[in-house]
Design a binder for this molecule. Structure first.
Ligand code: FES
Length: 194
């Protein structure tokens, strides 16, 4: 008889996504002070669409952590960053538990580690985008690699008035949110000039 509940044990014994993603452009690592386990996630993100093309992980953790990381990496493939950035702990937890089963209270830190590692990988992707950026005007949204020029153009071409409208068209502002004041400034300038 297994130490783990049946579905967790099944994933733990046969995880599908262990390893390193070839051509990864975002890597995140997170460790738990509770049990000493770590998990590292490798993502390959398409630069144009910001869609996750591949996701793999490594971990020295327990069956709960391995199972959660395996489900997480399986679920995020095919998703666009704009759909995942706002993901909160409860939603992530519910998504993983729906696939497996409810985690006992003393194992919820395994789920938290998965959320942290995803955020760490997104932060790494932001750094990657800054390094790769070659445009002449400033890079305003590092989450999605959107330049000042692109934001100005979408505002002008579509007569946009709010940050939400800008996000809808070019994703800028839809991640960590730190660029939203800059987007608002560009909107204000456009409104003053028009
Ligand atoms: S920099 Fe994070 S949403 Fe724009």
């Amino acid at each position: 008889m297994s130490f783990y509940p049946p579905k967790i044990n099944e994933k733990f014994q046969r995880p599908q996504n262990v390893g390193k993603t070839k051509g990864a452009n975002a890597v995140g690592t997170s460790a738990s002070f509770v049990c000493g386990a770590f998990v590292r996630v490798y993502l390959r993100i398409e630069l144009k669409t910001k869609k996750i093309l591949d996701a793999k992980f490594n971990s020295n953790g327990c069956g709960f952590l391995i199972a959660a990381a395996d489900v997480l990496t399986e679920k995020i493939v095919g998703e666009r960053l704009v759909e995942l950035h706002g993901l909160d702990k409860e939603t992530l937890q519910a998504n993983i538990e729906r696939e497996l089963e409810k985690f006992p209270a003393h194992r919820t830190h395994c789920l938290e580690l998965c959320l942290e590692v995803l955020q760490a990988a997104f932060a790494d992707f932001r750094a990657f985008q800054i390094e790769e950026f070659t445009g002449e005007k400033a890079l305003i949204c590092t989450c999605f690699g959107v330049s000042e020029e692109t934001i100005e153009n979408v505002i002008k071409e579509n007569s946009l008035e709010t940050i939400e409208e800008v996000t809808k068209i070019c994703s800028a502002g839809g991640g960590c949110g730190s660029c939203q004041p800059l987007i608002q400034e560009i909107l204000d300038i456009y409104q003053r000039e028009s």
